[in-house]
Write a protein that binds this ligand. Sequence first.
Ligand code: NAD
Ligand code: ZN
Length: 348
Amino acid sequence: MKAIAFRGVGDVRVESIPDPRIVEPTDAVVRITTSAVCGSDLHQYHGRAVVEPGAIMGHEFMGIVEDVGRDVRAISRGDRVVAPFSISCGRCEWCLRRLPTQCSTTGRAVFGGRFGKQFPGGQAERIRVPFADHMCERIPADLGDERALFLGDILSTGYACAENGGIRPGDTVAVFGCGPVGLLALQSAHLFGPARVFAVDRVDYRLKLAEELGATPVDLDRGDPIEQLRAATAGRGPDVVLEAVGHEIPFAQAIQAVRAGGTVSSVGVYVEASIGFPAREAFFKDLTLKMGICNARNYIVPLMPLVRVGKLQPARIITHTLPLADAPRGYAIFDRKEDRAIKVLLKP
Ligand code: NAD
Ligand code: ZN
């Protein structure tokens, strides 16, 4: 089959590899109908997160079950399913604590990632999904791939970011980063009844979509975003700041921007062991900080009805649907923000 392999910094290639097969009796093999390029793939693409040359990329995918191991009960051949980006057994202490990203059976594995046990990713024609009964969620026929796919990663992450912010009706919220995750955090924030939402970025067409989704744009290139947010909130700063970038500067800016006693909720991925942190300001502000990888498995089922009735509209961020063979171009335009790229889907 064809799959997208990492070959070096800025270098992903279409390669032919053997089809995946059932290895454990709890596995499924899924024929992928849609996958996507995620901002987290860019950390590998940039060489910021280490991945072995030849590793198959991608952790956002969905498709049709083609084969199941003899112990699989909950799904069967022909089912249309989505799976979360992190791989969990559903049975260890961490899974039972509803922290599947900490799964000790898989060693915190992520499809296409380098933590824990190694599993090839989903930018491919097929994928082996371990612990299929726990991992795979069936998708109803009336929910197209474009609306269902992001439940496995960025919609769940965006929603978790907003939920962790503890937004209350009437609050002022600021979202740092108008990439796919930030835009879905912004959509999700509106479910909690804020009075105002600001969206910070410097990419004009992303700020424009943020505005269409009900945010007031704050352009980084028009001056210090902290000053701009203060000026817009009578000097006090937003009640809740959602960080969806994953770099030291916006993380610090989020802490500096939030009002005293406010909450910063961060979902950007920090691949570095440590980053600078305005600790004194955080301390004297008495702020609440929540950060972390998203336990997406927990959100797939509860978010599905919100997508079905249109209260969450994840497909609005899709700008490109490319054949899998065009993945190298998909990475390049998403990375460089060319051709007004926001979210790039890949179709095998
Ligand atoms: P992206 O790279 O397209 O989005 C980042 C956006 O931030 C870009 O639009 C960029 O212009 C903007 N930006 C850069 N510096 C900024 C600043 N100082 N202030 C405001 N905006 C700034 O990618 P994405 O897919 O939206 O992913 C965003 C982050 O979320 C990445 O770090 C990704 O790894 C992470 N992520 C985390 C999880 C999780 O489980 N926590 C899941 C998925 C993605
Ligand atoms: Zn991701």
